[in-house]
Design a binder for this molecule. Structure first.
Ligand SMILES: [Zn+2]
Length: 179
């Protein structure tokens, strides 16, 4: 394998196999020989010889993509529903003069609430779409890398088979058995 090949499939000089295991290039911690990810708290660096696509993509995320991922992650969790339920409840109660001291700021049918929710929906949709594009890019890169590794493994296997063929003695009639 040439240096160019190593670069193409992302072979890294990173993890060092030592007598006492694999040394993590990120935190310098020692891991067992069979470790796939660094086991040190807060590190979780991929220790393979190939590029780890998710790690690369997370490192290359822009600020807006980080924000979009955070929003999309929060919007997909039960607290998102809970926060909205509490918000709507308080809004309706406040405008129903339940809290006597508070002035009514949005009479039934709560058109201000509708406007705020419409704006929120637009932003959340945008963030979710950005996050989904990011996920799609991840899936595509991963599929591409999987394909590349499969093809390289196949070629290596074929090469080994060819070499084994040259080692095999020529078939002779003596070895043949008649049923
Ligand atoms: Zn580490």
């Amino acid at each position: 394998m040439t240096a160019h090949d190593s670069e193409r499939i992302g072979l890294t000089a990173g993890p060092i196999s030592a007598a006492n295991g694999v040394i993590c290039p990120a935190c310098g911690g020692a891991n067992p020989d069979d470790a796939v990810f660094c086991g040190h708290p807060g590190c979780h660096k991929a220790l393979g010889e190939f590029k780890y696509v998710l790690e690369e993509l997370l490192a290359a995320r822009s600020r807006i993509e980080r924000l979009a991922d955070g929003v999309a992650q929060f919007a997909g969790k039960p607290p998102f529903i809970a926060v909205h339920a509490i918000w709507f409840g308080l809004w309706v109660l406040a405008n129903g003069r339940v809290f006597g001291a508070l002035p009514v700021f949005d009479e039934y049918p709560y058109s201000l609430l509708g406007l705020v929710l419409a704006v929120e929906a637009i932003f959340i949709t945008g963030f979710v779409l950005i996050s989904q594009n990011h996920q799609t890019a991840y899936s595509e890169k991963r599929a591409e890398l999987d394909y590349e590794i499969t093809i390289r493994s196949y070629r290596k296997l074929m090469e080994l088979e060819r070499r084994l063929e040259t080692l095999k003695p020529a078939p002779s009639s003596e070895g043949k058995q008649t049923p």
